[in-house]
Design a protein around this ligand. Structure first.
Ligand code: AMP
Ligand code: MG
Length: 524
């Protein structure tokens, strides 16, 4: 582990908090505070990702060394690490919330690997920072298992995301009132090391802008473009040039559009799309009360904290991302000479989202391209899937097995949750299948090619909420085997994996109402 090559650009180039007081407070005129992780009693590696370890140049022997658990549990630093917590603000549930910041995330450092890639390593749950507000800076095992597994699952699904290196149990307990109902309990604590080229969020720009600290805002914009978007900078170009800034914000809008289109493709609901949880790189970030669609429902949200308003429901995500980009654009106005390029970039979001979503629809249906009628075909099946209570993942996977010359419901039956609803909606499903089969025949694609195309975008395996909960139940007893097994299965989500079919099944009835499986809160 001594071979890391650190290049801590964020703390080297940007202004930090001169005050070393780790206690929660408002931090002005700075983009971060240096802070040490708080040690834990007995760090133990419960699971780790071999792909992320490889990105960092770590071997299995490194991970199994006692030093690894100490470093990635927060008890020790490697030479070259310069830990800090970032200052950012954010709009939470549609309202400006002021300073938030890394309340329990502490970056250890940025490394540049042998391929010249920059990776920032950040511990989540590593203890108090100046941004912890009234909370404890810790994370519970259940939410750490969820973040660890989902980061890697999303990556293997081809969805842009922050990654996770390790899941370390701390040997300490953390008290949480999981449903904010006055019944706190002590839960096992954990620390996840997450990894990304950058953890800068929309909220990092919003905070200095809200304080009218334009100099600080400009410094962050220039830094972000130079460090995180070098491909946009023409040789010798001044990074503060307005054209460059416009290209950059356009790129942010386009990446965000493609990320959300991917969420819709795989049935992922983020759950807390506050602007502090939006990555400037267009990565899925901050896995909290997220959930996966079992029975298709555009109105579903896993987040009980949002159950009333349903602001962050599945079908609303594309519009929320646009709203969030609008907040970022507002924050960037002082860094731009005019608002026109910001407005044009927001239009690009709509365009790129629509185009990507249509391409995804075509691929999900196995069509060569997506016409306006195909959008209707998709809209109609979405409506029918919701009425008939049909599993999204199983349905689209099974649709590839429907014979376009003799369309039958048989391959699709395992996707239904309720026999009565199935019987009631069967005639309409048959009609839809006839339309679909007709369209496939007109497309003239050979059946094998159609199946291959569909199976490349319609996963067999996703991190169903109840599966994550089963892994958590065992992990809380000290048994990380299901975390490891799920990680393994989810490395190949589009492959059949015949000995793992149990993980591709419909959500069992017991999971319909169980906390953690159907309902989650922000308490983590
Ligand atoms: P989230 O909703 O998890 O994105 O968190 C919103 C803000 O609250 C962020 O600034 C987090 O760092 C902070 N936060 C959440 N949980 C904790 C915690 N247990 N300790 C300290 N800060 C926290
Ligand atoms: Mg957050």
């Amino acid at each position: 582990m001594q071979n890391f090559s650190f290049d801590n650009a964020f703390v080297r180039e940007l202004p930090g908090d001169p005050d070393a007081d780790p206690r929660p407070r408002q931090v002005h005129g700075a983009l971060y505070s240096r802070v040490m992780p708080t040690p834990v009693s007995a760090p133990r590696v419960l699971a780790w990702s071999r792909e992320v370890a490889a990105l960092l140049g770590l071997t299995a022997a490194d991970v199994e060394s006692g030093e690894f658990a100490e470093v990635f549990g927060g008890n020790a630093l490697i030479e070259g690490m310069e830990p800090y917590a970032a200052a950012y603000g954010g709009h939470q549930f549609g309202h400006w919330a002021g300073q938030l910041g890394d309340g329990r995330a502490i970056t250890l450092g940025e490394i540049v690997n042998e391929h010249g890639e920059r990776w920032e390593m950040q511990l989540k749950g590593a203890g108090l920072t100046p941004y912890s507000r009234t909370a404890d800076g810790r994370a519970v095992l259940r939410s750490s298992v969820r973040e660890f597994l989902c980061s890697e699952a999303m990556h293997h699904l081809g969805v842009p995301t922050t990654r996770a290196l390790s899941l370390v149990t701390t040997g300490d307990t953390v008290v949480r009132d999981m449903f904010y109902d006055g019944r706190p309990r002590a839960e096992p604590g954990a620390v996840v090391c997450r990894v990304a080229p950058s953890f800068i969020r929309f909220g990092n720009f919003e905070l200095p802008s809200s304080r009218e600290d334009v100099a600080l805002l400009n410094r962050l914009v220039d830094f972000t473009i130079r460090r995180d978007f070098p491909e946009l900078v023409a040789h010798g170009e001044d990074p503060s040039h307005e054209d460059l800034r416009a290209r950059w914000f356009t790129e942010v809008c386009e990446r965000t559009a493609r990320m959300v289109a991917d969420w819709m493709r795989v049935g992922f609901v983020h759950g807390v799309m506050n602007t502090d949880n939006m990555s400037i790189l267009g990565l899925t970030i901050d896995y909290g009360p997220y959930g996966w669609i079992d029975d298709f429902d555009l109105d579903w949200t896993p987040n009980t904290t949002d159950a009333h308003q349903r602001r962050y429901r599945f079908g609303h995500q594309p519009r929320i991302a646009y709203w969030n980009l609008g907040q970022l654009a507002n924050a960037l106005v002082p860094a731009f000479g005019s608002t026109a390029p910001l407005e044009a970039a927001l239009q690009r979001y709509i365009h790129v989202f629509t185009e990507t979503d249509r391409a995804n629809m075509a691929a999900k249906l196995g069509l060569a391209s997506c016409t306006d009628e195909d959008v209707d075909l998709m809209t109609d099946i979405y409506e029918l899937l919701a009425t008939g209570e049909v599993d999204m993942t199983i349905f689209f996977r099974a649709l590839a097995d429907v014979d376009a010359d003799h369309p039958s419901l048989d391959p699709l039956r395992p996707a239904f949750y309720d026999d009565d609803k199935r019987e009631r909606t069967e005639p309409r499903f048959r009609e839809w299948l006839e339309r679909y089969a007709g369209r496939v025949r007109r497309d003239g694609v050979p059946a094998d090619l159609r199946r291959t195309r569909m199976n490349a975008v319609n996963p067999r395996y996703v991190l169903r909420n109840y599966l994550a909960q089963e892994a958590i139940d065992l992990a809380e007893e000290g048994d990380g085997s299901l975390v490891v097994e799920l990680l393994e299965v989810l490395r190949r989500p589009y492959d059949e994996q015949p000995d793992k079919v149990r993980f591709a099944a419909r959500r069992p009835e017991w999971a319909r109402t169980r906390p953690g499986c159907s309902m989650l809160s922000c308490s983590s």
